[in-house]
Design a protein around this ligand. Structure first.
Ligand code: DC
Length: 235
């Protein structure tokens, strides 16, 4: 078994339940690389918006299939913030991919098989050496079914909407709480019911419902769990 700095940690779960904050903190604590797989699907969605590959919010699937070869997604470390940022075809799109426009169309884009297979192979390439925390919807079920630790996160929909609302307000984006709640419910439904890699908890994933937990409490929870994982693999 590899030494514990080479492990793969998969963090899956519902949208806006704090996966990225949690996964990023874990990565920092273990000195692992954090990879936000949702950012890749968001970058493809942005590409579709910018290149007229959507009609009435629906992707032109055939055209997008042809265009996939022209979509180059990379992560680059921002030396000032210490965070990985998403680049699409040579442009930093980290901010743009978080807006409501992208959020509204991204789940439709992420249902397309060719999009998924390209993103999954990129994710495997980035993570195969271990020392990564990757968050998403299918990391523990499809991308890395052999992950050493799988965490499945959830929180009540209203709690998630409230958190997202606050986050967007702080960024100066004007969006109503109702719109956000509707967007979250719509995404839950689409994530759970899509044909390609629907969102589901892997049988061997550990459940974390953080509806009523602070981030410090979540980290305490993680540290206890991690001690058990290390004991399981190293003793
Ligand atoms: O985590 P997020 O909200 O940034 O994800 C954006 C979209 O991408 C969301 O609709 C679910 C989808 N996604 C996915 O299908 N598979 C992943 N591994 C990550 C995200």
């Amino acid at each position: 078994m590899e030494p514990f700095h080479a492990y793969i940690i998969a963090v899956d779960g519902y949208s806006s339940c704090g996966k990225s904050t949690f996964a990023r903190l874990i990565a920092r604590e273990l000195n692992y690389v954090y990879i936000d797989s949702g950012a890749m699907y968001r970058a493809v969605a942005l590409y579709c918006l910018e290149n007229n590959l959507l009609v009435g919010g629906n992707p032109l699937i055939e055209k997008l299939r042809e265009e996939m070869k022209n979509i180059i997604i990379r992560f680059r470390l921002n030396e000032h913030t210490g965070m990985q940022e998403t680049w699409l075809n040579g442009k930093n799109v980290e901010e743009e991919i978080r807006g409501i426009e992208v959020s509204t169309v991204v789940s439709k884009i992420s249902q397309i098989r060719e999009v998924r297979s390209k993103m999954v192979s990129l994710q495997r390439k980035i993570g195969h050496n271990g020392g990564v925390v990757m968050d998403g919807r299918d990391i523990g079920t499809v991308v890395f079914p052999q992950a050493h630790l799988k965490i499945f996160m959830t929180a009540e929909a209203d709690v998630r909407a409230g958190r997202r609302f606050k986050e967007l307000l702080e960024k100066g984006m004007e969006v109503g709480l109702d719109e956000i709640t509707a967007n979250i419910r719509m995404r839950d439904h689409e994530d759970e019911n899509r044909k390609e890699s629907p969102l589901r908890k892997a049988d061997d994933a550990v459940l974390l419902d953080n509806s009523h937990m602070t981030i410090d409490q979540q980290m305490e929870w993680f540290r206890k769990l991690w001690t058990q994982i290390i004991q399981r693999y190293e003793h």
